[in-house]
Design a binder for this molecule. Sequence first.
Ligand code: ADP
Ligand code: 5GP
Length: 198
Amino acid sequence: MNDAAGKLFIISGPSGAGKSTVLRRVLEQSPVPARLSVSATTRPPRPGEVAGRDYYFLSDDEFREKRRRGEFLEAKEVFGQGKWYGTLWEEVRSGWRAGQAVILEIDVEGAMAVRDAVPDAVTIFLHPGPAEELEKRLRARGTESDEEIARRLATARRELEKLPLYQYEVINDDVDRAAGEICEILRREMSAPAENAT
Ligand code: ADP
Ligand code: 5GP
């Protein structure tokens, strides 16, 4: 079903794992044509965010209408605050048509929904290594209380349990190294034949 030689890559990982930082580097260095899929959301833009670059900012009605028309590969209400987020088929398909590696940065639940819709999507879990490493970084940063650090570590451990659902594990011990490893995954997977190509 891939329109050309494009492929879908899903990157998940705990908040603070370094996904945005590493993906920025990946896009600069990728050995294959690559793009980051821009999601749609009903939450308002934060200062500095640019429509069409960070998100497509939609009204509730616009989002609902697109869901009704089946324009989302997956869509979900995040944080139970009535704010919707979703991956647009058109973002993915236009990347495929251009033969690109289309990268989604998405939470675990969204990742599994995407994998169900696109079985040959490549799944990558990025995390900062052992929980002790995350604890060291948080303590070194010195911006959270002991209680907050404990809470974040508990969340990180819970999220790490999802690791076996993913094909690749990349440890973000160093931004350049982790980006290099993801670039190598992109190169290898883009040269492999798509299993469900028609
Ligand atoms: P995410 O997108 O997964 O929430 P970010 O990319 O925003 O994470 O990174 C969270 C913080 O960690 C940022 O301050 C970033 O500069 C820092 N960071 C990212 N990668 C590393 C690394 N390998 N070593 C140390 N700090 C890092
Ligand atoms: P933020 O509002 O901070 O940009 O994102 C909040 C949450 O929404 C993050 O956990 C992020 O992973 C998630 N998110 C962003 N885009 C999508 C998307 O297209 N689909 C899903 N399911 N979640 C998304």
